[in-house]
Design a binder for this molecule. Structure first.
Ligand code: SF4
Length: 460
């Protein structure tokens, strides 16, 4: 009993978070920056912050994550970190030679009031940014928001810096990706190519955080959105943002700066959200849906129908990021499952509205909450009040899974005790099949391990 002190007595908490269902803003800023080719993230704060951000990403992706830090000392904490960052920018370009440095702030540098824009501008006038090299920045104070907010802020910073409108339209769309895995980025590109839609995917962490073992260390892997691609986004026909929390700011910035119209869609997780994504691509790319995509859809519908008896009425508890939870909840409801408890540490007003619309009359008993007080402790208390059949979320749910003996599917960020997420996507129709397979595997394993002997079946 690792969480033996958790009780089922839920008390309204305003100023206390216990086991948050989120991580810190700079982790997201770092992840977004890694999706640009030749980019070195830089954490403007203490070494401890940078170590935490890097180790969180390294543990999840099982790849070495490189980043620099302004390495604040007591002096910089009192008098400001300008000189550290100026010296850092000069050193990074001369020693590590990236094309881009992506600087994000931290709690400390935000609290003392360092102005990243002013410091980066000074670095340029002081000649610390070589010709053809770039420094971008994003404010990521971690005492508000979450890793998703930091991701969105860095994505906005990237777009604002690079996207340029030359009044010569390019036959392509911008696909702004919310926080998804490298495998998901690959799957999105595969779908776009099957649909025959020209696009720029931003960011693109495939071939960056899922690289093969070659025996040779490469500081800047071959993947990532390139500078010419990012510049060209200002001349694209349209932008599609996948995930309100992760991409809305960047899509609005592109519209304001370059007059590229946009729509915000859900991440294509599950049947209906993928349907909407495919329809949007078909409309904005002026293409018809190919037979191969229809076949994939048919396979998912077939599997859902075949397996309905095992999933029907199963009570599920979910936690993670809103952009993933919303389409995932919809997918579960569409399979007649019951997502009864949902928490996200990421704040945002539309979470409540979206969840109400999805769960509505179909799961009226569902409890959902987001923001700082929507934590894993609250989730555990709800489960103690009335248990569930399945848990879906990041690694931090393993304590509840063990204590309450509930089957557990790992999904979201971070997953630091299993592999697979970097290589096997949960996006699109084929990703829906993967989610289905993972859920069935743990539900059937649980049944086999716990059912009476006379009910032990060889065949599903
Ligand atoms: S101090 Fe702030 S930025 Fe640094 S690791 Fe903690 S939450 Fe993140």
């Amino acid at each position: 009993m690792l969480l033996r002190h958790t009780t089922d007595k839920v008390k309204e908490r305003k100023a206390l978070t216990v086991n948050p269902a989120k991580t810190c803003q700079p982790v997201g800023a770092m992840y977004a920056a890694l999706g640009i080719h030749g980019c070195l993230p830089h954490s403007h704060g203490s070494q401890g912050c940078c170590s935490y951000h890097r180790s969180t990403l390294t543990r999840h992706y099982k790849e070495p994550v490189m980043a620099a830090t302004s390495s604040f000392t007591e002096g910089s904490s009192v008098f400001g970190g300008q000189s550290n960052l100026l010296q850092g920018i000069g050193n990074i370009f001369s020693i590590y030679d990236p094309d881009i440095i992506a600087v994000h702030s931290t709690c400390l540098s935000e609290t003392i009031g360092d102005d990243l824009g002013q410091i980066v501008a000074k670095a340029r006038t002081d000649g610390k940014v070589p010709e053809g090299k770039h420094v971008i920045q994003a404010a990521t104070p971690s005492y508000v928001g979450s890793h998703v907010t930091g991701y969105a802020n860095m994505l906005e910073g990237i777009v604002k810096y690079f996207a340029t409108n030359t009044d010569k339209l390019i036959n392509q769309i911008n696909l702004l990706a919310g926080w998804i895995e490298p495998s998901d980025m690959k799957e999105l590109k595969r779908i776009l190519s099957l649909m025959g839609v020209n696009s720029v995917l931003l960011p693109d962490t495939s071939d960056v955080l899922d690289t093969p073992m070659t025996g040779k260390y490469t500081m800047y892997p071959k993947g990532g959105t390139t500078i010419p691609e990012m510049v060209s986004m200002g001349d694209s026909l349209y932008s599609v943002g996948l995930g309100e929390w992760g991409t809305q700011k960047a899509a609005i910035a592109l519209d304001n700066q370059c007059k590229v119209k946009f729509s915000i869609e859900d991440l294509p997780i599950g049947l209906k959200a993928t349907d909407r994504f495919i329809q949007t691509l078909s409309k904005v790319g002026s293409v018809s849906v190919p037979e191969s995509i229809n076949d994939e859809r048919g396979k998912l519908v077939d599997a859902i129908t075949d397996m309905h008896q095992y999933l029907y009425g199963k009570r599920v508890a979910l936690w993670g990021d809103p952009d993933q939870l919303i389409p995932l909840t919809e997918f579960l409801v569409d399979m007649d499952m019951k997502p009864v408890y949902i928490v996200s540490g990421t704040p945002g007003k539309s979470f409540d509205k979206r969840m109400k619309a999805i769960l509505g009359d179909r799961v009226p008993e569902a409890k959902f909450k987001n923001g700082a007080a929507a934590d894993m402790h609250l989730m555990h208390q709800w489960i103690k009040e009335e248990s569930v059949d399945l848990l879906i979320g990041n690694t931090y749910g393993k304590y509840i899974s063990r204590d309450e003996n509930i089957p557990f599917v790992r999904m979201g960020f971070p997953i630091i005790d299993r592999i697979g997420h970097s290589y096997f996507s949960t996006m699109g129709y084929m990703g829906g099949l993967r989610i289905l397979e993972k859920m069935l595997a743990v539900i059937m394993d649980y049944q086999d391990a716990n059912c009476p002997e006379e009910s032990f079946e060889l065949t599903m």
